[in-house]
Every structure is written in structure tokens, then in C-alpha cells.
Write a protein that binds this ligand. Structure first.
Ligand SMILES: [Zn+2]
Length: 112
């Protein structure tokens, strides 16, 4: 592995960020190599090391693929399906009811 510059904690140059900081910006390292590392000395143990990446070379967090969206939609649809009337309730069936509100409270729905 290529040696990277090591900086003291909080003394890293601008334009670099840890993976976590990138994530907070909606970014990911995107396959780039570690640009630098920072070390925080700890007592009686080895220093705490964090890797820094170039913000400039970072890429947006991978967008959801159509397959992922489909899987998510299917999972949500299943959770919205009322086991009583087999209809899409339009909302996730509350676990406490185990069925849609129309089935759980038929009288109230008729009155309304
Ligand atoms: Zn129902």
C-alpha cells in the first residue's frame, strides 16, 4: 500500500473528510484511494486512526436501483394488504389491529 500523509487529529487539511463525514454530505469515497490518515493518540493503546478521502473525488451515494425500489415497493404493498378484505389499505396495516381500519371498525366506518 502506498504511504499516505498522516496528520494529527483535527489538523487535517481542508478538502479531506472521513467516510462518516462524507456520508453526512451524501457522498461516498467512490473507489478512490485513501488520501491521508489522521491519528488520535490514546493512552496505553495504539493511536486511533481514521482514513481521509478527498471530498472533490467523492461521489454521490449510490442511488437506489430499480430492482431495489421494486423490492421495497413490494414489501410495502404486502404490509399494506389487509388480510381480512385482501385490499390495499393505502397505509401499513397496524400490527395492533392486524387488519385495516375498515375491517377493524366496520360500524364506525358506516356511521361516517
Ligand atoms: Zn380490511
Amino acid at each position: 500500500m502506498v504511504a499516505v500523509p498522516v496528520y494529527r487529529w483535527r489538523l487535517a487539511p481542508d478538502g479531506l473528510a472521513t467516510r462518516r463525514q462524507l456520508r453526512a454530505l451524501g457522498l461516498r469515497p467512490g473507489g478512490q484511494d485513501v488520501a491521508a490518515q489522521i491519528e488520535r493518540p490514546r493512552r496505553r493503546r495504539g493511536p486511533l486512526v481514521a482514513y481521509l478521502y478527498s471530498i472533490e473525488q467523492a461521489k454521490p451515494v449510490r442511488p437506489m436501483t430499480p430492482a431495489k425500489w421494486a423490492a421495497l415497493a413490494k414489501a410495502n404493498a404486502t404490509r399494506r394488504l389487509c388480510p381480512e378484505c385482501r385490499r390495499d389499505a393505502g397505509y401499513v396495516i397496524p400490527a395492533s389491529l392486524g387488519m385495516c381500519a375498515t375491517c377493524a371498525f366496520p360500524d364506525e366506518q358506516r356511521a361516517a
